[in-house]
Design a protein. Structure first.
Length: 253
């Protein structure tokens, strides 16, 4: 069966002398793995369109339990990212996290929009790496079903106070006044302080429509706190160790 779709190459691994298995986030089928035959050859018509990060028009043949890439044409290769080792490491983290979260047919387009917009803004230097990383982490987890409840204090219903606590394992917030007498006040509770600018940013990331998600600014200590919270929230809920994240952080030192 011949199938046509558009997709982003998230991952690849070599098989044999000239072939690769590519992991593709597709608009029509979610994440799939497909064999790209002869792609390592310098004469292959598939090589550019089947590189990691490439967003491509793809023609697939579906056999019994496997896909084969028949043809592919690059829409955007995000070539400039490949010239900056720190940016390519961050882009690789976006791809690795997306692969881990395993988009389905139902939410694949949400991930594609998020990933394409993040890669474009990263490539064009239109947003800081810290902002893009935090947005991608929290929005990607929210799409996957790990959206925290940040509407109001889980105890009293207060929308905002000077200091609130974010409980990442429970995925909720509790105001400072309520926390001391709540059942969450235990020695083992993981909690992060949330001041107003950071809480507003977290809410924006979660609730904004896709075309508005990147339209906020945060700097200094507030940005540092946002980065800390979204990264730790991601690691706590994926229980994963992402090699690309470790590489990116080592390059930023």
């Amino acid at each position: 069966m011949q199938l046509k779709t558009q997709g982003i190459i998230l991952k690849q691994r070599n098989i044999g002398e000239n072939d690769r298995i590519v992991t593709i986030l597709t608009s029509d089928f979610g994440i799939i793995e497909a064999t790209a035959r002869g792609v390592k050859s310098t004469r292959s018509s598939l090589s550019a369109a089947c590189q990691i990060l490439s967003y491509s028009d793809i023609c697939l043949y579906k056999g019994k339990g496997n896909y084969i890439v028949n043809s592919a044409e690059t829409i955007n290769s995000f070539y400039s990212l490949r010239l900056d080792i720190q940016k390519i490491a961050l882009a690789g983290y976006f791809c690795e996290l997306t692969t881990y979260l395993s988009p389905t047919i139902d939410n694949a387009n949400d991930y594609i929009k998020l990933l394409l917009n993040s890669l474009y803004l990263l490539q064009e230097n239109k947003k800081s790496e810290d902002i893009l990383k935090s947005i991608f982490e929290l929005r990607a987890l929210s799409i996957a079903g790990f959206m925290p409840d940040l509407v109001c204090c889980n105890e009293c219903g207060e929308f905002e106070k000077e200091l609130m606590y974010f409980l990442p394992l429970d995925g909720l917030i509790v105001c400072e006044d309520c926390f001391g007498n709540s059942g969450y006040n235990r020695d083992t509770t993981i909690k992060f302080k949330l001041f107003s600018p950071v809480l507003s940013a977290l809410r924006h990331i979660i609730f904004s429509p896709p075309d508005k998600i990147f339209s906020f600014k945060l700097t200094g200590d507030s940005l540092a706190q946002l980065c800390f919270i979204t990264e730790n929230y991601t690691l706590l809920h994926t229980e994963g160790k992402f090699n690309s994240l470790e590489m990116y952080k080592s390059l930023k030192l």
